[in-house]
Structures are given as C-alpha cells and as structure tokens.
Design a protein around this ligand. Structure first.
Ligand SMILES: Nc1ncnc2c1ncn2[C@@H]1O[C@H](COP(=O)(O)OP(=O)(O)OP(=O)(O)O)[C@@H](O)[C@H]1O
Ligand SMILES: [Mg+2]
Ligand SMILES: [Mg+2]
Length: 471
C-alpha cells in the first residue's frame, strides 16, 4: 500500500521587526506582552504596514526552491474566533501567494536523488501564544509577543513516500533556509509542521502543529500503523485533523467542529497588492547546499558522503573549510565521522568547538605524533572542557601531560611478551589460523599501552614474535 505524504511547513522568518508593525521580534527573554502595539494587538483602527524584509526573505526562498514568482501578490483575511487572535482574523495569503511550483532535491529511501515538488509559499502572521494554566483554573493566559511574527508557509505536493523521507526533506529544507539566513534554526518553535498523510485510495489525515523533525517522523510512523490497522480491520480512514502528543508519540483526533469552519477568506482591504516580480530581480543567492557539496568534492577531493554530511549545516561547512587546509581528507574524516558523534553525545554544537584547537589536533594526527586511538581520547578531553565551560587546552599540552605520544613498536616489547605469555589459548588459536586471535592479542597490548601504539604495526610485531617463537 503506497504511503502518500505532503507537508505544510511554517517557518519563522528572521527579521528584526514583526510583519506589519515595528515591534521587535526578539522577545526571547522578555516578559509576556512587552513587544506589542495597537497593530499586533489588533486594536480597532490600527493599520498594518508590510515589512519589506519579510517579503525579501520569502523571495530568497522562492528563488532557492526554483519557484515561479507571481507578478502580483496580495494578503487576505482568514477569519476565525480564538483568543490568540484579537482581531478575529489572521492576515495571510490565499489565492495570490508569493510564488508557486518549486522543487527540492532529496534522497529517497534507496539513496537515489529525488525531486519533491513545492506547490506554493506564502507569508502570514503568527498568532499570540496561549498558556493554559491548569485544567479547572477557569482561565488561560495569553502572550501577544509572538503575535505578528512573520511566518513563511511552504507547502509541498504529496510527493513524499515515507516518514523517513519526510524527515530528510525537512533537514534539507532547513539547511537551505539556514544557508539563506532567513531562518534561525535554534529558535524555539522556529519551524512548525502540519503533516498530511494517506494510504493510497484512502482519505488524508492532517496532523497539526508538530514542532520538531523527529516529531514529524514519529507522528507519521504512528499514522502509517494506525491507518493500516484500520484498513486491515475493514474500517475506513476518514478525512480528519489530528493532534500529535509528543510525549507519548501518538496522535489523537481533534474535535471536528473546530476544523470545519468556513474561514470566509477575502482580500485584506488595509494592505495593497504588491508587485513581487519587481522585487525579485534584486535578490541574490548565496552558495546553496548542493553547490557547496559539489564544490567540496571537487576542491577537497572528499567523498560524496562526507561532502553531503559536511554541507548539511552552513556552520558545519564553515568549520570544515576553516580546518581543511591541514589535510582535507583527514579533516573530513575527523569532522564528519568522529567529531559530529562526540558533539551529538554531549549535546554540543559545532560552534562550541574552537577551530584552532581542532587544527592543532589534526596536525598531531597528520604528523604521526599520536595514534588515532589517542587522538579520540584527547578530543574527548577537549570537548569535555568546552562543555564544562573550562578553557580548552592545546592538544599538545594534554598529550605531553598524560604521556600519550605515539610509541614505536619495539618500545612495547615487554608488554607484548607479557600479553603473549598470559594468553596461551589465543596464541594457539592464531597458530591454528584464526585471524581474530591476533586482533585479540593486539587489543590487549593496546589496552596496556593506552592506545599509544599503531595497531597495524603492533599486529605485525605480535605476529612476528609468535612466528619466530621469540617469546
Ligand atoms: N492524498 C493525500 N495524501 C497526503 N497528503 C496530501 C494528499 N493530498 C494533498 N496532500 C497534502 O496536503 C497538503 C494540503 O495543504 P493546503 O495548505 O493546500 O490545504 P489544507 O490543508 O486543506 O488547508 P490549511 O492550510 O487550512 O491546512 C499539501 O501538503 C498536500 O501535499
Ligand atoms: Mg496550508
Ligand atoms: Mg493543511
């Protein structure tokens, strides 16, 4: 049964002021209702004025997604009554969005390139935020600091075929948005998704307002199973809106009354239609992830996989380019395969890593001063220091203090003899032709020498000792 998925992604655009007034969008650490004015509070008589920066951001996205920009665009009122929206309507766009018919390239589940079509993008204002204090308290709080924050809604065609694909699409989209500098990925609630999903031949279900990529994948995975089970039991999947309960990883049916209202869309009379076609000519794009990925492969000679990983986040790509000169191949391996994992494990970001220290570490590896095993230990010490807010010592200092300089094989002769003597069974196994036994013995020597010897060299020496009976 084919799974059909389409996403509506709401992106908070990074502008200094709100979409229709001069209130600052940077309310993060401020008291509720301190970034409001008559316009974003929707007081009678207040007139909205369009923030051109938000339009420019939207048009950057339109260009980056290869979209067709409309000649003229306009705003519309979407009427509904809810306390998060004091005017009684949201200013959004309806039949004249900014742009239509775009594309985003992702990898499908088989690893092949695949095109996801984008139907449209449009601007709209965010409503306020309701805080439900406690059930039974009889009241809720409302914060209008967010009311009027510019959002860009990006709607895909139903081209996605699995929850994993949906997640890859979102990662790709986020990378593009971050490259364009129209979006701050670290901001809470910066990207919210309505995920539409159906199984071929059935109605679509829309899971509203999911606030993380992992959440989207989880909600969709849950829906695939739920809908399959319904059909298996001979029941039907009805067209409905559902909510995702992040903590439990399930979706629940929303009251159907709320969604079936008629929004009575009509043109916003307080804002004039605007000519996007004129604005788009002045927009220039930076290098985007795909172009940067190809440049990394050509310029640094690194693999497609490494290039793809390293360009997935502009700050990661910047970091790589800063350290690559030491040795592009070595740097790619250490950043993409080792550093990222260690950062993930500690909940750290690439911007937390001092590039100069990492360059020094790469130089120690490249010159053969330390083994890979030791390098990982040193890297961990460096990251632990950064994570704890301590100064990050130069790796050479750590290596010296802890005596971790690479040893030559002969230096470990005694250790090797001891290990061989202590493990007669492994020695016998090796003599009987078992390759694994040698690895075991090498591992024992590595342990005793705290990784200071090169495992390949050790393998050769241990084998030689046994073969020549030099023990
Ligand atoms: N059969 C389907 N299965 C899954 N997704 C679908 C299917 N048909 C359409 N979709 C997706 O549903 C979404 C429809 O979004 P759109 O904004 O156009 O309308 P809406 O959800 O009805 O309105 P609203 O914006 O008020 O939520 C698109 O992302 C589209 O790809
Ligand atoms: Mg929509
Ligand atoms: Mg929808």
């Amino acid at each position: 049964m084919k799974t059909i998925i389409g996403l509506e992604v709401h992106v908070q655009l990074s502008t200094a002021t709100k979409l229709f007034c001069g209130c600052s969008t940077d309310y993060r650490d401020d008291e509720p209702n301190t970034h409001c004015c008559p316009i974003c509070l929707g007081l009678p008589g207040a007139l909205p004025r369009l923030n051109v920066r938000a339009v420019e951001h939207g048009l950057k996205v339109a260009k980056a997604l290869n979209m067709e920009v409309l000649e003229e665009s306009e705003f519309a009122r979407k009427n509904y009554f809810y306390p998060d929206l004091p005017k009684g309507y949201q200013i959004t766009q309806y039949d004249k969005p900014l742009a239509v018919a775009g594309t985003v390239e992702i990898e499908d589940d088989e690893g092949h390139e695949k095109i996801v079509r984008i139907s449209r993008i449009h601007l709209e204002e965010d409503p306020g935020r309701l805080i439900h204090v406690a059930s039974g308290s009889g009241y809720s709080l409302v914060d209008y600091n967010r009311s009027g924050i510019p959002l860009l809604e990006i709607v895909t065609e139903p081209d996605l075929r699995s929850p994993q694909e949906a997640r890859r699409f979102l990662n790709r989209l986020r990378a593009i948005l971050e490259y364009l500098e129209v979006f701050d990925g670290d901001r809470e609630g910066g990207l919210r998704v309505d995920a539409n999903i159906s199984l071929e031949g059935s109605e679509r279900v829309e899971v509203k307002n999911i606030s993380s990529y992992k959440g989207v994948e989880k909600a969709l995975t849950f829906e695939v199973t739920r809908q399959r089970n319904l059909l298996r039991r001979g029941q039907k999947v009805g067209r409905e809106t559902r909510h995702f309960m992040e903590a439990r990883g399930i979706t629940t049916s929303a009251r159907s009354k709320e969604e079936e209202q008629d929004y009575r869309y009509f043109t916003e009379p307080d804002l004039r239609p605007f000519r996007v076609a004129d604005l788009v000519t002045g927009i220039e794009l930076p290098e985007l992830p795909t172009a940067r990925k190809e440049r990394f492969m050509a310029e640094y000679g690194i693999s497609l996989n490494h290039a793809r990983t390293l360009t997935g986040d502009p700050r990661l790509a910047d970091f790589y380019e800063e350290v690559a000169y030491v040795d592009p191949f070595l740097a790619a391996t250490w950043v993409a395969d080792t550093l990222l994992g260690e950062l993930n494990y500690r909940g750290m970001r690439i911007t937390d890593v001092p590039a100069n220290r990492f360059i020094e570490l790469l130089a120690l590896i490249r010159s053969g001063t330390i083994t890979d095993t030791v390098a990982v230990q040193v890297l961990r010490e460096m990251l632990d220091a950064c994570a704890a807010g301590r100064p990050c010592e130069p790796p050479a200092v750590i290596v010296k203090r802890e005596g971790l300089v690479r040893g030559e094989g002969e230096e470990f002769a005694d250790v090797i003899r001891d290990v061989i003597a202590a493990n007669p069974q492994a020695v016998a196994d090796y003599r009987a032709g078992k390759k694994g036994a040698l690895n075991f013995l090498v591992g024992q020597v590595m342990k005793e020498t705290r990784g200071r010897a090169d495992p390949r060299e050790l393998g050769r020496i241990v084998a030689e000792y046994i073969d020549t009976g030099e023990v």
